[in-house]
Design a protein around this ligand. Structure first.
Ligand SMILES: [Fe+2]
Ligand SMILES: [Fe+2]
Length: 160
C-alpha cells in the first residue's frame, strides 16, 4: 500500500479522527474532518504546482492529513492543537514509511500552520498555511458573526 493510504488505514490515525468527530458533534464553526483534510491536501498540491514548489505529493498529503489531528487533545486538555498534532504525527509517519527528513519537514509545517509569518514561505510550511486558510468556506458560514477569526483571515471569496 502507498504511504498516503497507509495513513488513512492507520489505527491510531482513525482513532484520533473519530475522537475529533465526536468532540465536534455540536460545533457550529468549521469542523476538522476528512473533508477538511482532503481539501487542504488537494489545494496544497495545486498551489505547489502553480508556484513551482517541488515537494512530493505524498508529503503534502501527509502534512494535510495530520495537521489538525491533535484537535481532540485541545478540546480535552487545552493543549494548542498545532503542538498536539506535531507530537502525534511522527509516530504515524514512521509507521507509514516516511523518513526522518520528511517527518521533520512535515512537523515544522504542522507547528506553523497557524503562524501568519510563514504565509509567504515558498516551501511546505507556506503551502500548508495557505492551503489550510483557502480551504475554509466562510462565505457560506451561518456562524460567521460568532467566529473568532480576524476579518482578514475570513475567506469571503474563492480564488481559482
Ligand atoms: Fe489547525
Ligand atoms: Fe486545518
Amino acid at each position: 500500500m502507498n504511504r498516503v493510504n497507509s495513513i488513512l488505514k492507520n489505527e491510531e490515525y482513525r482513532r484520533y479522527v473519530a475522537q475529533i468527530e465526536e468532540l465536534e458533534s455540536d460545533r457550529i464553526f468549521c469542523h476538522h474532518d476528512m473533508d477538511h483534510f482532503l481539501d487542504v491536501a488537494r489545494i496544497g498540491v495545486i498551489m505547489a504546482a502553480d508556484e513551482g514548489i517541488d515537494i512530493a505529493r505524498s508529503v503534502i498529503y501527509a502534512a494535510a492529513l495530520l495537521h489538525d489531528i491533535g484537535r481532540g487533545e485541545q478540546y480535552k486538555d487545552g493543549t494548542e492543537h498545532e503542538l498536539a498534532s506535531a507530537a502525534i504525527a511522527p509516530f504515524i509517519l514512521e509507521a507509514c514509511g516516511y523518513n526522518e527528513e520528511e517527518t521533520d519537514m512535515i512537523v515544522t509545517a504542522i507547528i506553523n500552520h497557524g503562524n501568519a509569518s510563514v504565509a509567504d514561505s515558498k516551501d511546505l510550511t507556506g503551502i500548508l498555511y495557505r492551503a489550510d486558510k483557502a480551504s475554509r468556506k466562510c462565505f457560506m458560514c451561518d456562524a460567521i458573526d460568532k467566529c473568532h477569526k480576524s476579518p482578514e483571515k475570513l475567506v469571503m471569496e474563492i480564488k481559482y
